[in-house]
Design a protein around this ligand. Sequence first.
Ligand SMILES: O=P(O)(O)OC[C@H]1O[C@H](O[C@H]2O[C@H](CO)[C@@H](O)[C@H](O)[C@H]2O)[C@H](O)[C@@H](O)[C@@H]1O
Length: 242
Amino acid sequence: MDTLPIALDRAALFLDFDGTLVEIAPRPDAVVVPPALPGLLRRLAARLEGALAIVSGRPLAELDSFLPVPLAMAGEHGAALRPAPGGRAQRPPLPLPPPEWRHRAEALAAAHPGALVEPKAHGFVLHYRQAPEAGQPGRALLEDLVGGDADFVVMPAHMAWEVKPAAVSKAMAVERLMAAPPFAGRLPVYVGDDVTDEAGMAAARAAGGLGLRLQDSFGTPAALRDWLARLAEGAPAEAVAR
Ligand SMILES: O=P(O)(O)OC[C@H]1O[C@H](O[C@H]2O[C@H](CO)[C@@H](O)[C@H](O)[C@H]2O)[C@H](O)[C@@H](O)[C@@H]1O
């Protein structure tokens, strides 16, 4: 097994939220944040001189409620960027999907008890974790609706389909954060677990850093949190599987 050391004084850490820092839950509003996690991230960010960012598909307001400590963040797959903890969010101009798309998705969800639609500023997510039979018809509906519109894509996620602007991605989020202090000049290390994270991992690798798939490198969110805790406590950088 390949191993590699991480020199923290040269690293910038990019961490996905759902399925990476916290375990997947039955519904988006049911995630359980371990009480020690916010403080751990705050200490680790200090050790990295601020070069730690949460990179998530969630809106910043939700991330702030789950992690009530000052952290750099990219929300909604990069549609909202906050490079400085406590600073203002940058929101590049993005298209809005036709309201009919969400209404059609809501009608499909209503026909499959347990399915739900999560609205976002520039798109929405059709969740079918509690109604697996809605997965295929949901995908077919969204691909049919979005099909001819180059401004939007249907992205697969864990037991969900997300309609989002084609222009935003976690790669874009990593590249924009890496362009300025405290991230610039450091080695990006991206940890994520989902399809949406693959772009972030690729961007980190393209910048000479590391893209780590949680399942391969750590196994579980709990194991990642343990590793982060050891780093935050000042342990020497440990080897991780590639
Ligand atoms: O980029 P992430 O931080 O990984 O966020 C991706 C999406 O996560 C959420 O949905 C997923 O997690 C839910 C809670 O564990 C789970 O119930 C659902 O099945 C998953 O798809 C969130 O709801 C989305 O907005 C995020 O885009």
